[in-house]
Write a protein that binds this ligand. Structure first.
Ligand code: EPZ
Length: 419
């Protein structure tokens, strides 16, 4: 099992080009199933979750290959609509292949992806929405067998009880080739939804309203291949900004998606570090001790504060002056990283959805275990500003969503190695 070893206390300084978005590349790879042709995806990040998605595509008969950060997916012919449980369980977001396969073939057999480190990950909204699109869905044991009546889903008016990112994506993936018009009310507004719709439009889909709460899709008979560049990863951007804010120094993010990162930037600048943006770049300078964030940091659906940035910002605030309050409203168990931060000397009190973080002058290195993707990134963030050496194990969690994090940190002058 690989580990990261980090010796903290160094200022960080440098320029990073952000990786492509994990949370865009996964639904877009599923969407490539829909186009009876070849899709070339540029800025595709080299992540274990991306390789898991490619195994699903190859398993159903597509040909998915990589050349650097370009993925080429040939979906001209598929030879199965069943996704084995072993592949479904490799990553939680594999459930979006259900909508894509229904859109392509009108039927599929998948399995419940199961819970993960963030708690139970129900898919009730996915299933009830697809049933409204004339899809018969039977659950027996862990298997989910879907069949569109007449072999093709039908457009429908769907209102989501909660703006679920995955449920919105599954409906879009099924609706782009459904018979008739689909309207999604209370749709997720995350930037990755817009990126998915941008890819689908490039494949000939008719979609409007993405980025807002109401998305209208006019189903087409068939989609074609295309060439597309995946958007930068706004959460990776928030992660590296949090690292430099905590460890002190300067960072330039050259290809940041600034408007999409506003909900995070507007909170980060309350810590006292200076942030400026100019011609698509973000400049961060962090010289003195951070200040606690006065307002409660509430994680909310976009354009609220992103839940995926909660852990890394918490790690940065663990050495700030004063107490910051977090309120995690999206997932049931998204404070699993706090024990490791406390082991490094942080003062964090968790009470249900609330976490109170009282900054300490300094943290100290410790040996900790990554609990989940963003929790692991938070431990790296804390280790970079802690005194002494830290070891972080179970970094397979981190590799799911960050492309060679140790190389990015070393580029900034940090002492971080993969052993
Ligand atoms: C996506 O997960 C992201 N993953 C998550 O990023 C992100 O945290 C989340 O959206 C929220 O922004 C990918 O895009 C691959 P949801 P998703 O459906 O689609 C509940 C990361 O770190 N819910 O918006 O699973 C659900 O349990 C990952 O990169 C239901 O109850 O998120 C959760 O509490 C973590 N029933 C809440 O809604 C459903 O049918 C939000 O989930 C669906 C969801």
């Amino acid at each position: 099992m690989q580990k990261f070893t980090i010796t903290g206390g160094r200022r960080l300084r440098g320029e990073l080009v952000l990786q492509g978005s994990k949370n865009s590349s996964l639904p877009i790879m599923a969407a490539a199933l829909l186009c009876c042709g070849e899709a070339a995806l540029h800025s595709c990040p080299k992540l274990t979750d991306v390789y898991a998605a490619s195994r699903i595509l190859n398993c159903v008969g597509c040909k998915c290959s990589f050349s650097g950060n370009t993925a080429v997916i040939d979906s001209r012919s598929i030879d199965s609509t069943d996704i084995p449980e072993s592949l479904m369980h490799e990553m939680r977001s594999s459930i979006i292949f259900m909508g894509a396969m229904l859109g392509r073939a009108g039927s599929c057999t998948v399995s419940v992806p199961g819970g993960c480190e963030l708690g139970p990950r129900p898919i009730d909204m996915h299933l009830s929405a697809l049933r409204k699109m004339n899809v018969d869905i039977r659950e027996n044991g862990g298997a989910i067998v879907c069949r569109a009546h007449g072999g093709r889903a039908k457009g429908a008016r769907i209102t989501l009880a909660f703006p679920s990112v995955g449920a919105t994506e599954n409906v879009i993936l099924c609706a782009v080739t459904a018979d008739g018009e689909t309207v999604i009310n209370n749709a997720a507004r995350e930037p990755e939804i817009c990126d998915l719709c941008g890819f689908l439009r490039a494949c000939g889909a008719e979609i409007r309203g993405d980025g807002g709460s109401s998305i209208v899709i006019n189903g087409k008979q068939q989609l074609h291949g295309c060439e597309y560049t995946i958007m930068p990863d706004r959460i990776a951007g928030a992660t590296y900004l949090s690292m430099v804010a905590a460890a002190k120094g300067e960072l330039i993010l050259t290809n940041a998606c600034i408007p999409e990162m506003e909900p995070f930037l507007s909170v980060l600048e309350q810590t006292g570090c200076s942030i400026s943006t100019f011609s698509g770049k973000i400049y961060l300078r962090s010289g003195t001790r951070l200040k606690a964030v006065k307002d409660r940091i509430r994680t909310m659906p976009h354009p609220g504060f992103p839940t995926d940035a909660q852990a890394v910002l918490m790690a940065a605030l663990a050495t700030a002056e004063g107490t910051s309050l977090f309120e995690e409203n999206i997932f049931d168990c998204r404070y699993r990283h706090t024990d490791a931060l406390v082991k490094m000397g942080a003062d964090i009190q968790v009470m249900g959805k609330i976490a109170a973080v009282t900054g300490r002058e300094r943290l100290h290195g410790a040996n900790v275990e990554a609990t989940d993707l963003r929790g692991g990134a938070a431990m790296v963030t804390a280790a970079l500003c802690a005194e002494g050496r830290s070891e972080i194990s179970r970094i397979c969690h981190i590799d799911r969503g960050y492309e060679k994090m140790e190389e990015a940190v070393r580029l900034l002058g940090g002492d971080m190695r993969r052993v």
